[in-house]
Write a protein of this length. Structure first.
Length: 171
């Protein structure tokens, strides 16, 4: 059962995650009240996860740290990358390959614990930035022209990653 909108600030991290998960399980179209409630839950989760990081607080979508493996594609060659954080709108990765900023590349998430997702989430992303990261590179991808199906898959992955996180200390 979803909490009333006014009570979002009083929900624990776990309750916020489960409320977001409940939104993902709904099969009916969202109405204005549910959309507003979902937005309030997402903003509260972003505030908790960002813990004062102003750049993260300005994001449009919840970004969650994650330990996932991904494949990024350079022409026909797959390069293994590590997901640092992920959201509906983009991903931060580390990789041995540094694609050019502004280029559009293909990414495929490798999910271990989601048997219901027989087809791993795959999307195009535009390289927003690249910087050295030890002996590798860190890069940010903004998902490129994603449709409703892609957004739903990404939201489900985000909820799954949120469920794996230990509750952060509230500030």
């Amino acid at each position: 059962m979803m909490a009333a909108m006014g009570a979002v600030d009083e929900l624990t991290f776990e309750e916020l995650v489960e409320t977001l998960a409940a939104f993902e399980q709904e099969n009916e179209p969202s109405d204005v009240d549910r959309a507003i409630h979902r937005g309030a839950v997402e903003r509260r989760l972003m505030a908790i996860l960002s813990a004062g990081n102003r750049d993260a607080e300005r994001r449009e979508f919840v970004r969650v740290p994650g330990e996932l493996t991904a494949r990024i594609y350079r022409n026909d060659e797959a390069v293994i990358a590590r997901v640092r954080d992920l959201g509906e709108g983009g991903v931060r990765l580390t990789s041995a390959w540094a694609p050019a900023q502004g280029s559009v590349i293909e990414i495929e998430l490798i999910l271990k614990s989601k048997p219901a997702m027989l087809h791993p989430p795959r999307a195009q992303g535009q390289v927003a930035w690249v910087r050295p990261f030890g002996e590798e590179y860190e890069l940010g991808l903004a998902f490129h022209a994603h449709d409703d199906g892609h957004r739903r898959r990404m939201r489900r992955v985000v909820v799954e990653l949120l469920r794996r996180l230990p509750p952060p200390g509230l500030h």
